[in-house]
Design a protein around this ligand. Structure first.
Ligand SMILES: NC(=O)c1ccc[n+]([C@@H]2O[C@H](COP(=O)([O-])OP(=O)(O)OC[C@H]3O[C@@H](n4cnc5c(N)ncnc54)[C@H](O)[C@@H]3O)[C@@H](O)[C@H]2O)c1
Length: 329
């Protein structure tokens, strides 16, 4: 992909642009010379953080607004060449405690964003951040895109509807759209204050503070995508026409169980300790067991492959938070 040719001077809107993955995408696009606008509500429980754009703050437009506000979305959508649609409520547990908020953001707002595209900018290309949570507890491994969708929590159901609205608008209204079903994504700028975005976040924080952390279960298999690899997938999906109407799993370089991941994290930190515990009951009820992706479709279809393995990715992550933890507490 010739990134400069594809994105330089192009108008790009990133919803959830002050969040973990959205800000990484923004950094990359600004480097390439794109005109980038970020929309983010900065709701404190979510991953948005102004520090995520430190160093590029003068080269992006930031609009603090909520994707549930159809009026701002209608205005913001106009004149955009690409929409990277990443705004979302990401906590599975919060989606069970406050299901209607999750519904409003991950489902209803997605429909109104797509309506804004249809009415005010039908030529825009949209890439949606979907999730492996749609599959629920896998029937087989690795999980490919043909696996039954059977979410185990409210978040998975609403993200599923959000994803399918995108595919529907592609198929019926000709709004070019596709979706990436992300697995656990990690790296610099993820939320580490708590486990709302990823359990790995709280592990990193506690390790850096010299405190012990808990691993629940320990034997579950998972795959992890380093954030730069995820960004690459978003860019590829945006420029490739054959992606329109498609959904793609993203995987990682390796499959690992959580106990091994905890050991690797301790090593990356240069020391630390953890305890393996039983799952708390509220988590156990919505746990999906083992998961790892079959991501052959995006590898063969778009030529994507993860490049950063866990050892390297964790080293970069700890390096970042060693310097900047205070901005994430
Ligand atoms: N990180 C992962 O492991 C992972 C896995 C699967 C899917 N995803 C999806 O990727 C997307 C980005 O996730 P992330 O990991 O960067 O999380 P994040 O919380 O850092 O980013 C989401 C951003 O959306 C913003 N946001 C939330 N609700 C909003 C609203 N109503 N209006 C405007 N902005 C709003 C938040 O403030 C935050 O900055 C999400 O849609 C998430 O569901 C992430």
């Amino acid at each position: 992909m010739n990134e400069r040719l594809s994105f330089a001077s192009k108008n790009i809107l990133i919803t959830g642009g002050l969040g973990f993955i959205g800000s990484a995408l923004a950094r990359r696009l600004v480097e390439i010379g794109a005109n980038v606008t970020l929309v983010d509500s900065l709701i404190p429980e979510y991953g948005g953080n102004l520090f995520n754009i430190a160093g590029i703050e003068d080269r992006v437009r930031v609009n603090i607004s909520d994707v549930r506000d159809a009026h701002s979305m209608k205005y913001l959508m106009q004149g955009q060449d690409y929409l990277f649609n990443l705004a979302g409520q990401t906590s599975h547990l919060d989606s069970m405690a406050a299901p209607e908020t999750d519904l409003e953001i991950n489902c209803r707002a997605q429909l109104s964003i797509l309506e804004a595209c249809r009415q005010y900018n039908p030529a825009v290309k949209v890439v949606f951040a979907s999730t492996r949570q749609l599959y629920g507890k896998p029937d087989y491994l690795p999980v490919d895109e043909k696996h039954l969708l059977r979410p185990v929590d409210v978040n998975g159901i609403n993200k599923m509807a959000g994803e399918w609205y995108h595919i529907l608008y592609n198929n019926v209204h000709g709004i070019r759209a596709c979706a990436l079903r992300l697995t656990n994504t990690y790296g610099p700028r993820m939320r580490v204050k708590d486990a709302r975005q990823t359990f790995l976040g709280i592990w990193v924080k506690l390790l850096l503070e010299g405190k012990s952390f808990e691993v629940w279960g320990g034997e579950q298999l998972r795959d992890f995508t380093y954030v730069d690899d995820a960004v690459e997938a978003f860019l590829l999906a945006a420029v490739r026409e054959e992606a329109n109407g498609q959904v793609y799993n993203l995987g990682g370089c390796e499959v690992i169980n959580l106990r091994e991941l905890a050991e690797l994290s301790v090593k990356a930190n240069g020391g630390g300790e953890f305890q393996v515990r039983e799952f708390p009951a509220d988590r156990k009820r919505i746990d999906i067991g083992d998961y790892y992706a079959n991501d052959k479709r995006i590898r063969s279809g778009l030529g994507w492959a993860p490049r950063v393995n866990l050892q390297e990715g964790l080293a970069r992550t700890f390096d970042y938070y060693r310097r900047h933890l205070q901005h994430y507490l």
